[in-house]
Write a protein that binds this ligand. Structure first.
Ligand code: HEC
Ligand code: HEC
Length: 222
């Protein structure tokens, strides 16, 4: 039997789909209100509403694009900052101040905040990067153009900022640090199979994909 890493990952993806689908049913009990979310977003736009805004922790990188991201993933990532599963002092402080309803409202707002559509034809990757993506079966879970995740708690990553993608990927490899790192049953195992240079190369390619994410400028508020 051929138990290559991509084969194992494909089975993992199927399992993840099942467990994630259960989590989705749970997350769906709260319906988000776009208008309430828009008001609540005043505490977010200083960073997520400024095009190209940079954060300096743990190194200088652009704040992630969240407009057009899927609502269930926004909620699940905010929960991960709350619980410390994702270690990040700023986002932990911010997420900890939010109720489940407020997170649902913010997620509904940001999910509806961009109508960008992913390109119909996927952008081709270099031979080297294509091999890296194949090794990690990335497209199996993150979907066509890395913009159609197979289950709701998986993010769209096509067109996300390269420097943020790299910081996020590296964070999945970090353990035992109080302020940096992400624990994910899926991504931790995957990210650790690459060198930092390889993670950087995949991040650069993923950022070049025409996806659905954007930062929608909201200068009026600040
Ligand atoms: C001071 C700047 C700042 C503010 C204010 C802020 N964020 Fe963030 N946010 C960040 C940074 C930096 C990250 C990346 C953290 C990391 O590396 O995991 C992030 C990550 C996120 C993520 C995860 C994105 C992903 O792709 O995984 C979500 C969702 C998010 N923020 C939503 C919000 C919401 C909603 C608010 C307002 C309630 C908010 N943020 C306020 C800086 C900020
Ligand atoms: C089995 C499914 C699966 C596979 C395969 C997979 N991912 Fe993921 N990915 C996920 C899930 C689920 C998350 C959300 C984890 C979390 O909550 O932090 C994620 C998160 C990410 C993030 C963080 C995005 C953000 O906005 O913070 C990046 C970057 C990423 N994956 C890139 C990759 C790359 C590159 C590969 C291939 C080398 C890959 N993924 C393979 C399921 C998968």
């Amino acid at each position: 039997m051929n138990l290559s890493w991509p084969t194992i990952l494909r089975s993992l993806a199927a399992l993840w789909l099942l467990s994630g689908a259960a989590g989705f049913a749970q997350a769906q009990t709260l319906t988000g209100d776009v208008r309430a979310g828009q008001q609540r977003a005043e505490m977010c736009i200083g960073c997520h509403g400024v095009v190209g805004y940079q954060n300096s922790f743990p190194e200088i990188h652009k704040v992630p694009k969240i407009s057009g991201q899927s609502a269930p993933y926004i909620v699940s990532s905010l929960r991960a900052y709350q619980t410390g599963q994702r270690r990040h002092p700023t986002m932990r402080g911010i997420a900890s101040a939010l109720s489940e309803q407020e997170m649902a409202d913010l997620a509904a707002f940001y999910a509806s905040h961009s109508d960008k559509k992913a390109a119909a034809v996927p952008r081709s990757a270099s031979v080297e990067v294509a091999a890296l993506l194949e090794k990690g079966a990335c497209m199996v879970c993150h979907g066509a153009n890395f913009s159609q995740p197979i289950e709701p708690n998986t993010p769209k990553i096509g067109g996300q900022h390269a420097d943020y993608l790299f910081v996020a990927l590296r964070a999945y490899t970090v353990e035992g640090n109080r302020v940096v790192g992400r624990a994910s049953p899926v991504m931790s195992g995957i990210a650790k199979r690459y060198t930092l240079a390889e993670l950087r190369a995949m991040a650069a390619y993923l950022a070049s994909v025409e996806g659905e994410l954007s930062t929608v400028p909201q200068p009026g508020f600040r």
